[in-house]
Design a protein. Structure first.
Length: 158
């Protein structure tokens, strides 16, 4: 985005205007397409894009001056500065709430899965050497002889 904006009307109000149009296009695309699996991710992307668009709009209003005086802005700069702080802080707070909510849901899901499994974690038992020597399975038409077992045990070790 910034690389393309260098070419468009350098230093003129056209630059943030074009940037704002591109950001609004992306904002509406994310809003309409909902590309993420979770709705919270879609909303987080929307809020972040909205904050960027509003920041660019504030920059545009600071670049546009009235015709009567070059030092007279369309809106008072204090109002624009306050708007920037509030809009970006709101976006930040929203993102922190979403992160907290996702972490809380993950914790609840882990707690529920531990309760369903009886509080035990699944573990893999190691194979004992004597079990290989005595293991010959003929029920599934698959025989494992002692030589095959030793070959499998040392497979890849050369």
């Amino acid at each position: 985005m910034t690389g393309a904006m260098v070419v468009v009307g350098n230093g003129t109000p056209l630059q943030p205007l074009v940037a704002m149009l591109i950001q609004m296009l992306f904002l509406l695309l994310v809003l309409k397409m909902a590309p993420y699996q979770d709705d919270l991710d879609d909303w987080s992307s929307f809020v972040s894009s909205l904050a960027l668009t509003l920041t660019t709009l504030a920059g545009y209003t600071l670049m546009v001056k009235t015709e009567s005086n070059d030092l007279d802005y369309v809106l008072p700069t204090n109002n624009v500065a306050n708007f920037l702080v509030v809009s970006n802080a709101t976006c930040f707070v929203y993102q922190m709430v979403v992160i907290g909510w996702v972490a809380y849901q993950d914790r609840l899901q882990r707690r529920a899965s531990l309760q369903m499994s009886g509080g035990k974690k699944t573990q893999v038992q190691p194979i004992v050497d004597t079990a290989i020597d005595t293991a010959i399975d003929t029920g599934n038409k698959c025989e494992l002889t002692k030589e095959d077992a030793k070959e499998l045990k040392s497979w890849g070790m050369t």
